[in-house]
Design a protein. Structure first.
Length: 297
């Protein structure tokens, strides 16, 4: 079997598992606020508060109006979930919040906006309001993870913020928080003119990143606002304002502020605290800083 077919099978298997986990989690909420999409769907507007998950099945424009809000509290919540590849415009002018109240098989995960597929070329994720995710567990065996925005696949479109994006994770074991997380390649553009923050705290390991772009960047990053990350861990603490795994071949410009702070609360000599304002695996592109970048550990 060729490698491409094998990779396709593995990706399909992972997506099936993600869909299953999402379906099981949604059962805990009883009813779903809106099962979006359908052949006639082209523009969806949420102008009132809802307290159950919003699920987008088909590729359609979605707007959370200034009077609209999606606040979900419960078992590993996803306030908004887009179940496939996306080439439309998702615009938030209101309030989106996911707050986890219990764990799911040892994981305590909260996603403000979860995109299980790719953001395709032409797709736009726009935040002019507030998006937050909070995962909080005192369990000494639970990994708590909070993602305000999580794109599981590639980002070939754009993600822009002029509002506030925040993620907070606290656990009795391990905590990880990401303001914006992209699991695939970032080939599109990321723009911040607002606030992106991540905080994590745990007695074992805590890590926080304002932006975490896992598989490299070939698009452009621009920051004219505030990006901050703070981690407090007993054994290990890691805080990064903007982190790029792999190669960065695009343009990165910041005229705003990037802050990272890591604190180790443990008493052992082996305890570590590491902070980086910007951390890039392989820098091949352009970098311009006319703002402030600060890291403390």
């Amino acid at each position: 079997m060729c490698k491409s077919n094998l990779r396709a099978m593995l990706v399909a298997e992972i997506k099936c598992k993600l869909y299953f986990m999402l379906a099981v989690k949604l059962l805990s909420f009883g009813s779903i606020a809106a099962l979006m999409g359908g052949p006639a769907a082209s523009q969806i507007v949420i102008s009132e508060p809802v307290s159950n998950p919003v699920i987008l099945i088909d590729d359609a424009d979605v707007t959370i109006a200034p009077t609209g809000a999606v606040r979900v509290i419960g078992l590993d919540p996803d306030a908004v979930a887009i179940l496939g590849d996306y080439s439309s415009t998702f615009s938030n002018e209101g309030f989106i919040s996911a707050e986890s109240s219990s764990n799911f098989f040892g994981l305590d995960t909260a996603n403000g906006v979860l995109i299980l597929g790719d953001v395709l070329d032409g797709g736009k994720i726009v935040n002019d309001g507030s998006v937050s995710a909070t995962a909080d567990s005192a369990d000494a065996t639970v990994l708590a993870r909070a993602n305000a925005y999580q794109v599981a696949g590639d980002l070939s479109g754009s993600l822009s913020n002029s509002g506030e994006i925040s993620a907070s994770a606290n656990s009795g074991f391990i905590a990880r928080a990401f303001g914006v997380f992209v699991g695939g390649k970032t080939q599109g553009d990321l723009t911040n003119e607002g606030i992106v923050s991540a905080t994590a705290s745990a007695p074992n390991e805590a890590s926080a990143s304002g932006y975490f772009l896992e598989r490299g960047v070939s698009g452009d990053l621009s920051n004219a606002g505030l990006v901050s990350a703070r981690a407090t861990g007993g054994v290990e603490a890691k805080a990064v304002g903007v982190e790029v795994g792999g190669e960065f071949s695009g343009n990165f410009s910041t005229s705003g502020t990037v802050l990272a702070s890591a604190v180790s609360s443990g008493n052992e000599p082996s305890n570590e605290a590491n902070a980086s304002g910007v951390l890039i695996g392989d820098m091949q592109g352009e970098f311009s800083n006319t703002g402030v970048i600060t890291a403390s550990a």
